[in-house]
Design a protein around this ligand. Structure first.
Ligand code: ADA
Length: 564
């Protein structure tokens, strides 16, 4: 059973999830680790986060995972890892296959000419913070960086010709035309003809012989799906695409939809949509970043129950399984490269930019066929008010547009009055915390109106404006007659004011992402501003138990939907 929808029917794929041999090697030099000398004295769940388990809670260092894989026939194979946190080193039979920088994204490593028989896979997951080696996960970020093989891992057997990826783009709504790019690779250099078959929902659309020559290469087809339903938040119709090329195949689920902006509106299939939802971290005290399917299901049940149609995946690329569920339930998604309050120093460091560009490649390639994803984000609350960061912002926003011209690009600014790079965005997204970081609840309307007025006056009034973060803390279970900061009552009243003002008093906003869906552990260095060393601004706590604010948001979004 594939872990997420993208899958294969004829390619041999083995899911390597389960209990692996485990050893925690501590604060050791990664280069001094020899896989065949590791004494594996424990067991660990994959996927999962080793440092979310009691024995390794809070530990930072090198974690070693081991399991055996059975190879049935000689040939090329791939180990495909959906998330390795957050600096990974992979060995096969003691030989170094490769390293990977950063968690939250899928990557694969090739193994050429592997003999049939038993082989040993050893994976080192290093959760230490080290800017020089991995500038993507930094200690000052406001969330706990868990470590481990967090999202799952597969073993693929390939032939001499294989499909690397399928990229689909809706090019015309009326004719339901979808462009399909089939990126393939081959071990064979001689030119030859192989069968190509493309089907949608089991019905064959294309069946032909194609000439394969010097790979890697791309086959480009335009599919006319005129009698196929569109994907939209209200009617999230999905279609199963299967491509067979030679002896290989790949299955993707796709949605026929377009997204663009027109003035202040965001248009899905040419219909304006108002985004209403949350920022959501992929975190849980018992599972770290390695959320089991059950938590994903529970999260989406609650997100839908509150009447949301939007999730900002804060602040890193989202799990394919979560995107599958958002595709099915019509939840629109902002998917972003990892980032948090970066400075000009980071943005002028080629190592930082390279790591960001690589993660952008991985994020886009992994999410490109999910109709729920409508925008790419980057550099959360970074120094976009400085001239010195312009080149970095341009490099990353241009790269995202080059990778995928079909979606919108934005970044969340917390400096709306001084921001210098908003011209690079399709949507203006503002993080603001009136009533929490400054002022009281009654100050929220004026504060938001001042931001909207400034953006109008500074020439950004011709783009959709969303409030991409706003909220306040509420400690689960803390209710008090004073109803002051950190009480559930204060948090509920704050969000009630936000929703009422944004969507009743004013109509200048294209959307809202409340900060945040669930509480989550943060880094120890933030303890003084974070009771329990948790970010407590969730409308549910870290175990997804609802606070008073949950019911206020549910009522507010339901009223919004009823008003139309
Ligand atoms: C910022 C940041 C969030 C979180 C939030 C808060 O807006 O983008 O990740 O840290 O503040 O809780 O203060």
């Amino acid at each position: 059973m594939p872990r997420a929808f993208q899958s294969h029917l004829s390619r041999h794929v083995e899911d390597l999830a389960g209990l692996w041999d485990f050893a925690f090697l501590g604060d050791t030099n990664l280069d001094s680790v020899h896989p065949d000398e590791i004494k594996f004295d424990d067991r660990m769940a994959v996927p999962g986060s080793f440092d979310a388990t009691p024995r390794y809670a809070g530990r930072r260092g090198v974690a070693a995972y081991r399991r055996r894989v059975h190879v049935q026939e000689f040939g090329r194979h791939q180990v495909v890892i959906d998330g390795l946190h957050h600096y990974g080193r992979i060995y096969l039979d003691g030989g170094h296959l490769g390293d990977h920088l950063g968690g939250f994204t899928r990557f694969h490593l090739d193994v050429e000419g592997l003999d049939a028989g038993e082989h040993e896979l050893v994976i080192l997951a290093d959760n230490r913070i080290d800017y020089g080696r991995c500038p993507l996960h930094l200690e000052y970020f406001d969330w706990y960086h868990y470590g481990g093989i967090t999202r799952g891992i597969e073993w693929h057997r390939l032939g001499s010709l294989w499909i690397e990826s399928l990229i689909t783009t809706t090019v015309d709504l009326a004719s339901r035309e979808v462009e399909l790019l089939i990126q393939y690779r081959s071990d064979v250099t001689s030119q030859r003809k192989v069968p190509l078959k493309i089907s949608i929902n089991g019905r064959t659309l294309v069946e032909e012989q194609v000439t394969i020559e010097d790979a890697p290469d791309t086959i480009d087809r335009v599919l006319e799906l005129k009698d196929h339903a569109l994907w939209s938040p209200d009617q999230p119709e999905l279609h199963t695409l299967r491509v067979c090329l030679g002896e290989d195949d790949m299955v993707e689920r796709i949605g026929i939809r377009t997204v663009r902006t027109e003035g202040r509106s965001i248009l899905i299939n040419e219909e304006p949509v108002t985004l209403r939802g949350f920022n959501r971290h992929e975190s849980h005290p018992q599972f770290g970043h390695g959320l089991p399917d059950a938590v994903l299901v529970s999260d989406l049940q609650q997100i839908r129950d509150m009447g949301c149609n939007f999730i900002r995946g804060s602040h890193y690329p989202q799990d394919r399984r979560f995107l599958d569920l958002c595709d099915e339930f019509g939840i629109l998604v902002w998917n972003e490269i990892i980032g948090w309050q970066h400075t000009a120093e980071h943005l002028n460091d080629s190592g930082f930019i390279d790591a960001q560009l690589t993660q952008a490649n991985e994020m886009v390639m992994e999410a490109i066929n999910h109709p729920s994803v409508i925008m790419w984000g980057l550099l959360n609350e970074s120094d976009s008010h400085q001239v010195e960061t312009r080149l970095g912002y341009e490099a990353l926003t241009n790269h995202l547009r080059d990778l995928d011209p079909s979606r919108l690009v934005t970044y969340a600014t917390n400096k709306p009055f001084e921001d210098r790079h908003l011209d690079l965005c399709d949507i203006v997204s503002v993080n603001a915390y009136p009533g929490w970081y400054g002022g009281r609840i009654e100050d929220i309307p004026a504060a938001l109106d001042k931001i909207a007025a400034h953006l109008d006056d500074s020439g950004h009034g011709d783009k959709p404006l969303i409030i991409s973060e706003i909220g306040g803390g509420g400690i689960y279970g803390w209710r008090d007659w004073h109803e002051d900061f950190w009480t559930e009552q204060y948090q509920a009243k704050l969000l009630e004011m936000v929703i009422r003002h944004m969507f009743t008093d004013r109509d200048c906003y294209a959307g809202l992402a409340i900060w945040q869906f669930c509480d989550l552990r943060t880094m120890p260095s933030r303890a003084m501003g974070r009771p329990r060393v948790f970010n407590n601004k969730g409308v549910v706590d870290e175990y997804r138990r609802p606070k008073l604010a949950y019911h206020v948001v549910k009522k507010g979004f339901e009223d919004l939907v009823e008003r139309g």
